[in-house]
Design a protein around this ligand. Structure first.
Ligand SMILES: Nc1ncnc2c1ncn2[C@@H]1O[C@H](COP(=O)(O)OP(=O)(O)OP(=O)(O)O)[C@@H](O)[C@H]1O
Ligand SMILES: O=C(O)[C@H](O)CO
Ligand SMILES: [Mg+2]
Length: 415
């Protein structure tokens, strides 16, 4: 029988495989018929791999297209498509140029034609055409202020949608009367389609009023003229869009459940929208582990508690790490000495924080193994240095960039 750590690593690997761009796009296109011309537009960190999979599936049915991804994320040419790289998380000149190209390619389509729109996280910075009166400097400055402000992605995108011609449903309106068929890899908790990449082809549920409230709430400094521009409303309904979420952290948790069951674990998905402090989440998972270990509740052993989400870390130290590494290390203290318990936390994009690790896996011996090397777990946690603590004892998980980007997966296994 595999060790509980091997089980946890296997479940996480198989779950992420299910939401890799290629697999998600190919299965979503199975059996889909297209009548007229297909123009492909792919945006986001997974754009290149989504576009390559679509081109491989549909071949020459795709007459032309544009792929816009983050620097170092394109993997070369794709026959018949124009591939561009641009700035992320802050947009740049290349963002505007590549988007103008995409807009040109979707001009003058008929109601029989389809824009195959492949959307993934990072799309907001990579796909932009600004409203009259908004400059690129305005947008870069406001983006940087918002990223540093502590505003969440839904709030950030409320503002960005009301400065843009393409966000918040603007792109779908531009494409009319042609149809937009969107395949979306969701990196927004709760899969809010009008927030994922700022929803260029989805009716916007946010309002100008709310966008201005975000500006006030976080003290974002903007030129007075931009206030009037923010007051212009985005489309609230669209009659030419069809949207499918083809990958999300919910899907990752579903597959994790299937794989854990195959291995004989009782399973429970606790949440798919975890969004608290990483350290608190770690301590909470450890408390559930102790409860199961002692009392076989809320689930009988052998069991797998599965969570999805995106925790946060307010970095104060000078160490190296990421939210998943910090969550795992903070859980270790609470499961010290427990046999056959493992806690894993991994970023599905394969890069957790500014590190080459995807996350961490700890068990009841982690604290002891650190102590044997004369290392104090709290010192590492207090310095936000989870990377080095986990690295020394072999509890880091390294996958390399996976190509997908659907938030984080957490597993608690007790046998
Ligand atoms: N030393 C550290 N320890 C713990 N967390 C850290 C540390 N340094 C940075 N972080 C956290 O890592 C976060 C960024 O991580 P990451 O790049 O994986 O985010 P992300 O949401 O996946 O972004 P992207 O989608 O662009 O990859 C920061 O918001 C910060 O909270
Ligand atoms: O691009 C964005 O807006 C974020 O990645 C959320 O999708
Ligand atoms: Mg990441």
């Amino acid at each position: 029988m595999n060790s509980i750590r091997e089980d946890a690593l296997y479940i996480s690997k198989e779950s992420i495989k299910a939401v890799l761009p290629e697999n998600a796009v190919i299965s979503a296109l199975e059996g889909v018929e297209f009548e007229g011309d297909i123009v492909l537009v792919a945006i986001g960190k997974a754009a290149w791999r989504m576009a390559a999979a679509a081109k491989e599936t549909l071949g020459d049915k795709i007459s032309r297209g544009v792929v816009i991804t983050k620097y170092q994320h394109s993997l070369g040419e794709i026959e018949g498509l124009e591939v561009y790289e641009a700035g992320h998380p802050v947009p740049d000149e290349n963002t505007l140029k590549a988007t103008e190209r995409a807009i040109k390619l979707v001009k003058d389509l008929t109601e029989k034609d389809t824009v195959l729109f492949l959307v993934s996280g990072g799309g907001s910075a990579l796909f932009e055409s600004l409203r009259e009166g908004v400059t690129l400097d305005d947008l870069m400055d406001i983006t940087q202020q918002l990223l540093k402000s502590g505003a969440n992605i839904v709030e950030i995108n409320m503002v960005r949608k009301h400065l843009s011609k393409v966000k918040g449903g603007g792109f779908a309106r531009l494409v009319q009367p042609a149809r937009v068929f969107s395949l979306v890899l969701s990196d927004v908790l709760g899969d809010r389609l009008d927030s994922i990449a700022s929803g260029p082809a989805y009716p916007d549920s946010s309002t100008s009023e709310e966008a201005l409230q975000v500006i006030e709430k976080y003290g974002i400094r903007i030129r007075e003229e931009l206030r009037n521009i923010l007051m212009v409303e985005t489309p609230k309904s669209l009659n030419n869009v069809e949207t499918k979420i083809i990958g999300s952290v919910s899907r990752v948790c579903e597959v994790a459940t299937e794989k854990a069951k195959e291995l004989g674990y009782n399973t429970m998905i606790l949440t798919t929208t975890l969004d608290c402090e990483a350290r608190e989440a770690g301590a909470f998972l450890a408390a559930i582990a102790r409860q199961i270990y002692e009392y076989n509740t809320p689930l009988k052993k052998p069991c797998a508690i599965i969570l999805g989400g995106e925790t946060v870390v307010h970095v104060k130290g000078t160490g190296k790490g990421g939210r998943n590494q910090e969550l795992a290390l903070s859980a270790a203290g609470g499961i010290k000495g427990l046999k056959d318990v493992a806690i894993l936390s991994i970023g599905t994009d394969g890069t957790d924080g500014p590190t080459d690790a995807a996350g961490g896996i700890v068990d009841g011996t982690t604290v002891k193994r650190l102590k044997e090397k004369g290392l104090d777990i709290d010192a590492f946690l207090n310095n936000n240095d989870a990377y080095h603590a986990l690295q020394v004892i072999g509890d880091l998980i390294k996958t390399g960039p996976t190509g997908t980007n659907v938030n984080d997966l957490l597993l608690l296994l007790v046998r």
